[in-house]
Design a protein around this ligand. Sequence first.
Ligand SMILES: *Cc1c(COP(=O)(O)O)cnc(C)c1O
Length: 367
Amino acid sequence: MKIAFLDMKAPYLELKKELDEAYFRFMNSGWYVLGEEVDSFEREFAEYCGTAFCAGVSNGLDALCLGLEAGGIKAGDEVIVPSNTYIATWLAVSQLGAVPVPVEPESNGFNIDPSLIENAITSKTRAIIPVHLYGVPADMDRIMEIAAKYDLFVLEDNAQSQGTYYKGRRTGSLGHAAAISFYPGKNLGAYGEAGGVTTDSPELADQIKVLRNYGSRQKYYNEVKGYNRRIDGLQAAFLSVKLRVLDEWNKRRTKIANKYITGLSGIEGIVLPEVPEYADPVWHQFIIRSNSRDYLQKRLVGLGVQTMIHYPIPPHLSGAYQDLSFTAGDFPLAERIANEVLSLPIGPHMPEEDCEYVISSIRSLCC
Ligand SMILES: *Cc1c(COP(=O)(O)O)cnc(C)c1O
């Protein structure tokens, strides 16, 4: 048996006809930067999230940067970020010359703990970036309450949670704006780089569309110092096709996740993910925790099961953030998570037998 962590080709094969059609339509259009494919994908994705607007941009990191810049974040400002996240969340803050201020996750989950946010707020704090990690939403109502009290801008990092519901509302519609990544491995993935910002604010959407396009509305009339951070038109055409199946594919992920939860329950030393009662997750990753994670991962390789670690080093201990002078022990929950988490194979095209094989493999190693 060989179980790949994620089958990247199966989604293409299932949608081959529609994706190939989109490719030929795009090539025959004779128009390759912004334009109709981008406009219609932006409309469709905004409607999907339940927001008024979406601005398509080059990738998820640029979406975070543009979202923060449009939200008025400047050099020297402090931005609250999760201590437990993919480093992109922090890097966006740093790119603007602002300072990431980490806050630890909830003790029984992976997302930022709202009850610890107020302690981290200073006179320089301007924004919060909650991350809906692994497909599970952060507790946004409590975060928005704190943001209102201190007049802070909230940018969701929605890269891992396309389609997730929080109390019946989709992530991406809960903050003042939300950054999304359409990196190929995400639940809604392109065939190259792509990202976007969703928001209800016409001003924010407009500003991001100007910033992504050299700071111009009209070619060669540059109102502000912008960037070239436009979403690629061909990727937008592909994403329109894949958006139509996103809910169905998320349901397939949920089926696999439920199989894991049933099959792996009651194993000593294995901690299963807890789903908060307010959440309807989309299982971007299925994460188990173990004190002997490295041993487990190695033995699973021997049985043909490929797993991943999201993420082995928390941002504050990474080489990239040596300048902030954090040391081991500063954010113990994030550090412990980095030492214990193991991502099991999951995806909309994973056969049930493969899931059963992963379960029996783990059982054979742990009992
Ligand atoms: C993938 C990801 C990003 C960055 O997206 P890219 O498109 O790779 O730039 C940001 N934040 C989180 C939580 C992610 O998982």
